[in-house]
Design a protein around this ligand. Structure first.
Ligand SMILES: [Mn+2]
Length: 319
């Protein structure tokens, strides 16, 4: 694994609240003000084409809003991630909303078709909805389920129309390899806001889940070590960091769906650094920074930038 390849994706159409497309810009402001130099080091970034203009019209897919445009964004993400792997680079993605992960996982799988991919999902939410179970219709709550190629019909709360069904089937099959991951190879960290259909799926499939309290009580060093051990059978690991995993009262409300009682900067950063020490960890993504909602100026982006910058130093040191 050579040097870092930054992939910038400001798509926000998978979220219900507007503004995560500005997360990247907020990180750049934070980088300037903190004098970190992260973007200077990573100035030849790949830029993903967004479809944010589609927000000017309501989506016809009420149970999976803008899923047709999200498919195109995710195809581009997948291509860019695959290209980074072909160049022996470590892809770091900065994305708007978390539906991006459908594309990221697709790109990792496209570049490594026979690899077993572990996913560490650091997030207040499980993102295990489907068009059949979603309360909001926002696709950023469905990313993991799309990668897993499941519908969770046992817990369906509504019917969907044929056109939505077609779009959902299409996005689950993105990259023509599906499923891309299995429930045995997912670890949730910081999950504390999930709905009944998601809880059912987690319990039914015995998905590994580590709460904020456990991280605090046992320490992030021990937890990161154990998570890597848990994913020992995987060939590659993808770390997906949704900033709503952070404690909104302690840090900031600068994210689309803030949740109290989350991780501290030290805990989230410590876990991520612990995961990156393993050479199996091959891709890192930061999502859902929304500076429009920040109640402390630009604190969410500043916090995420520090975590990102330390993470990038560790990747560089691995050589
Ligand atoms: Mn998320």
């Amino acid at each position: 694994m050579g040097k870092i390849k930054l992939i910038e994706n400001n798509s926000e159409i998978g979220a219900g609240t507007r503004g995560s497309s500005l997360g990247l810009a907020a990180l750049k402001v934070a980088d300037f003000n903190l004098g970190t130099g992260f973007f200077k080091k990573n100035k030849d970034a790949f830029v993903v084409k967004n479809e944010n203009v589609s927000l000017q019209k309501p989506s016809p897919f009420l149970k999976a809003k803008y899923i047709d445009q999200i498919f195109h964004v995710c195809e581009d993400i997948s291509t860019q991630v695959n290209n980074a792997f072909q160049k022996n680079s470590f892809p770091i993605l900065i994305s708007g909303d978390h539906s991006s992960a459908i594309g990221t996982i697709s790109g990792i799988k496209a570049a490594n078709p026979s690899a077993r991919i572990g996913v560490i999902w650091i997030d207040a939410h499980a993102d295990l909805h489907t068009p059949f179970t979603t309360p909001s219709g926002n696709v950023h709550g469905m990313s993991l389920m799309a990668a897993l190629n499941f519908d969770n019909l046992e817990r369906r709360i509504h019917e969907i129309d044929h056109a939505t069904q077609q779009q959902w089937d299409k996005i689950k099959k993105i990259g023509n390899i599906y499923p891309k991951i299995t429930t045995d190879d997912i670890v949730f960290i910081g999950l504390r806001s999930s709905e009944d259909p998601e809880d059912y799926f987690i319990i039914e499939n015995n998905i590994k889940r580590i709460g904020v309290e456990e991280v605090r009580r046992r320490g992030y060093e021990k937890i990161s070590f154990e998570v890597l051990e848990y994913l020992d059978a995987c060939d590659l690991i993808y770390v997906s960091f949704d900033v709503d995993s952070l404690d909104c009262d302690l840090i900031s409300y600068g994210t689309g769906t803030p949740v109290p009682n989350g991780l501290t900067e030290q805990e989230a950063g410590g876990l991520i650094n612990g995961f990156l020490i393993s050479k199996k960890t091959a891709c890192f993504e930061v999502v859902e920074i929304n500076p429009c909602l920040d109640n402390k100026q630009n604190k969410m982006a500043e916090t995420a930038l520090r975590i990102l910058d330390r993470a990038s130093s560790i990747i560089e040191k691995r050589g």
